[in-house]
Design a protein around this ligand. Structure first.
Ligand code: IVH
Length: 779
């Protein structure tokens, strides 16, 4: 039996190791779920044994109590800024100045990305994080220790050995771009404050007086330098210092490099510039630092910037321009997105003419008007967006914008669902804009994968009336395509290709007809995804296919039944139900099948469904006000079937055990004819499903079907039996000994002869992390 103290130490070590691998090495070794589980265990252990709690425990990153103001911290060594270079010649001048002063040719430089965040200084005493401060004016900053403790990439104590007794590490706290996008998306959805850019996000998050708020923000950190050092020595070069920092547990940019002379610096600038859009964080340039520390000392400083380092800036990602018009674009699901048409402007090397305004709320918040001068921002491959309006430049006559009442494409009403940020064109497939988007999605690579059906074809075929729905794709003939092309040539006044190149010209049409034909054989997952149901992305389509297995079954299910699929909640289930309730959509499915589309992988629904196929679960899934799980179970026990329940007077609900409030609420709900009919349809669907669902899982295709698995050694996260049951649920057969027939061995702690045998026979072996990752993926 391990003592609680020993277990706490072991857990901390595992957690710190995982965190180091994740944040510093970028090689995660355990799935997120496993990390969370270990953290929870440690948290519980510390709660039960408070004497075991240490301030640098990984559990202490949740944020302490708020303070009323930040204390001032004087920097023992000032935090400097950098001079800027904007051109090649300025970079050459920088190198020449150093070469002349040091009287040495071709010098080595550490070249690093210049992260766009907030500079901070972290103080470690005896390896423990004791204080963190912002740069402030360079001489003194604000004490943000409590906030920095919540940033997971900042070590609470140093790893490894040979670190100085006092060490100040300097670097940049930043917000990764994806986290920034996600944060804003949520803010827009819930009407919160939108962050102008990742830099503001990082700065604003770090300057929160309540560290619990900082803890919620997705902040990251890169170390790029050193401040005070006492009681120890650092390497002689900057690049070696960065390597030491990495070993002590600090994330250091993987893009850092050592290069020689001006040519090396400019090459680095080009390389990083080419990668800029693909990097997961914003950078506004690169920084060059003389690598040799002795040389740095010799060079010294001018005012507040070192002579041995310089920032080489990239073109700005934000520019100002004027809004010439605000139009709306209609997406596949009808979402009406306002777009600003801009006076063309160069932003980070690309001419921008349009920028998204996201939705009507965002326009209202920014109060963008036609004629306004605005700041547009383009970062990475995200769509350029309008970030702010320069109000002082607003023309006198500018009027507030409002969402048009009707769709500019089809004239249908534009409506907004309650509680939704998005407005939608109500025209559905009668709206040409939605139809074209639907066809584009249907034909896309991850859906039906029709090669060669480009946007232009979709546009022309749709405009000329060849495609009224996606099903019409399977009606297209070679003659149709050639006719369409003739009409396009006539319309555009272009020379028909048949004249130019004789017979070859029809090759594209033959290829397209063939590609369409090939797409007829598809999988249920692709088919469901291709339909373009709102909220049904690839993963939901995959789950629906795995759980129900059969299109004929799925297309007639009432919406509450979809909630049986893990991760499908009320909103998604309703959306699928709404789609299938439209006779036009059912007609499209009929037409697709009639025109030869075939789902090749139909199978029986999973046995896992059986558990929830009863009246009480149906009542829960229907989301009837005041009918909770307990009440639904009482009703399920009291009523033989849905018909009896529908016809029952209120007092029978009370007799079943419901409090009068719930009973009345149910009775009122049942007053609505659509509700009773949905309940009855749900009950009928349950009967159909019960007939189709196999008794046991064996009949269902699982990822481990036909595989024999042997479990050996101890697992930390679950018992072997539990692991066995989980693998069985995925189709595996569990065996007790390893033989040539074994497909896979899962080896835990202290695995012995079975592992040796597996290795001898060359059988695949997984460790616990791989097992967990697999189970996670197939959960
Ligand atoms: S070195 C003495 N390295 O840029 C050198 N700074 O304009 C001081 N920055 O305040 C800074 N990435 O916030 C350095 N790799 C990097 C950097 C970097 C971003 C920021 C930092 C600094 C500002 C100077």
């Amino acid at each position: 039996m391990t003592s609680p103290a020993a277990r706490a130490t072991k857990l901390r070590q595992q957690l710190e190791d995982a965190s180091y691998r994740y944040h510093v090495l970028d090689e995660p070794n355990i799935p997120d779920a496993e990390y969370d589980r270990l953290l929870r265990e440690l948290d519980e252990l510390e709660a039960a044994h408070p004497e075991l709690l240490t301030p640098d425990s990984p559990t202490q990153r949740v944020g302490s109590a708020p303070s009323s103001k930040f204390a001032e911290v004087r920097h023992a060594i000032p935090m400097l800024s950098l001079g800027n270079a904007f051109s090649e010649s300025e970079v050459r001048d920088f190198v020449r100045r150093i070469e002349e002063k040091l009287e040495r040719p071709v010098l080595k430089f550490s070249a690093e990305p210049k992260l766009d965040g907030l500079a901070i200084s972290l103080r470690y005493e005896d390896g423990k994080f004791v204080q963190g401060a912002t740069r402030g004016d360079g001489a003194s900053g604000e004490d943000v220790t409590a906030n920095l403790r919540t940033v997971k990439a900042i070590p609470l104590h140093l790893r490894g050995k040979d670190w100085p007794q006092v060490l100040e590490v300097r670097g940049e706290v930043y917000m990764p771009r994806a986290a920034f996008e996600k944060y804003n998306e949520q803010a827009r959805l819930h009407g919160g404050k939108v962050l102008a850019n990742p830099r503001n996000g990082a700065a604003g998050s770090l300057r929160q007086l309540d560290p619990r708020i900082t803890a919620q923000r997705p902040l990251a950190f890169f170390a790029y330098g050193i401040g005070l050092v006492e009681g120890g020595e650092l390497p002689d070069t900057h690049s070696a210092t960065l390597r030491a920092l990495r070993e002590w547990g600090f994330p250091v940019s993987a893009e850092s490099d050592v290069v020689e002379g001006a040519q090396g610096l400019l090459g680095y600038y080009e390389r990083i510039g080419g990668k800029r859009d693909a990097l997961p964080f914003d950078i506004d340039g690169v920084v060059y630092k003389l690598d040799d520390n002795a040389g740095q000392r010799e060079m010294g400083f001018v005012s507040r910037a070192p002579r041995w380092a310089i920032a080489h800036k990239f073109p700005a990602q934000e520019q100002s321009t004027t809004v010439e018009a605000i139009e709306i674009q209609i997406g596949r699901t009808g979402a009406a997105t306002p777009v600003a048409r801009l006076k063309p402007v160069q932003v980070a090397g690309v001419v921008v003419t349009n920028a998204t305004l996201h939705n009507a709320d965002q326009i209202a918040r920014l109060d963008v008007r036609v004629g306004d001068t605005v700041i547009v921002r383009r970062a990475g491959d995200v769509i350029p967006e309008v970030v702010s309006v320069m109000l002082e430049q607003r023309p006198a006559h500018a009027v507030p914008w409002s969402m048009p009442a009707v769709c500019p494409i089809c004239g249908s009403e534009i409506v907004r669902e309650e509680g939704e940020a998005a407005w939608r064109c109500s025209g559905e497939l009668s709206c040409p804009a939605q139809r074209k988007e639907a066809i584009r999605h249907f034909a896309s690579r991850r859906a039906m994968d029709i090669e060669g059906l480009g946007d232009r074809f979709i546009e022309d075929l749709s405009d000329m009336g060849y495609l009224a729905s996606v099903a019409d794709l399977y009606k297209l003939t070679l003659e149709d395509l050639l006719e369409m092309k003739r009409r396009v040539d006539e319309r555009d006044g272009t020379t028909p290709e048949t004249v130019k190149a004789g017979k070859v010209a029809s090759k594209w049409a033959e290829n397209l007809v063939e590609a369409i034909d090939r797409s007829r054989a598809t999988t249920l997952e692709r088919f469901l995804f291709a339909l373009g149901i709102q909220h049904v992305g690839e993963s939901t389509a995959k789950a629906l296919a795995a759980w129900f297995g059969d299109l004929e079954l799925i297309r007639h299910l009432p919406w509450p039944l979809f909630k049986h699929v893990p991760d499908v909640g009320g909103e998604v289930a309703r959306s699928i139900g709404h789609f299938l309730d439209q006779p036009g959509n059912q007609q499209v499915i009929d037409d697709l099948l009639a025109r030869g589309v075939r789902v090749a992988d139909t199978h029986a629904p999973t046995a896992k469904l059986r558990e929830g196929l009863n009246l009480s679960t149906l009542l829960v899934d229907l989301e009837i006000p005041k009918v909770t799980r307990i009440r639904a179970d009482q009703l399920g026990n009291a009523f033989v079937n849905a018909e009896m329940l529908v016809d029952a007077p209120v007092h029978q609900f009370v007799s079943a055990g419901l409090p009068s409030e719930s009973a009345n609420s149910l009775a009122a709900w049942l007053e609505v004819p659509e509700h009773t009919s949905l309940l009855l349809k749900g009950a009928a669907a349950i009967h159909r499903l019960l007939a189709a669902v196999p008794e046991t899982e064996e009949a269902v295709a699982g990822p481990l079907d036909g595989k024999t698995v042997v479990l050996t050694g101890g697992l930390a996260s679950m018992s072997r039996d539990e692991a066995g049951a989980k693998l069985e649920a995925l189709g595996a057969k569990i065996a007790g000994s390893v033989s040539k027939k074994t497909s896979l061995v899962v080896a835990g702690e202290a695995a012995g002869s079975k592992l040796a045998k597996a290795e001898e026979l060359g059988i695949e072996v997984w460790d616990e992390a791989q097992l967990l990752a697999f189970l996670d993926k197939h959960a």
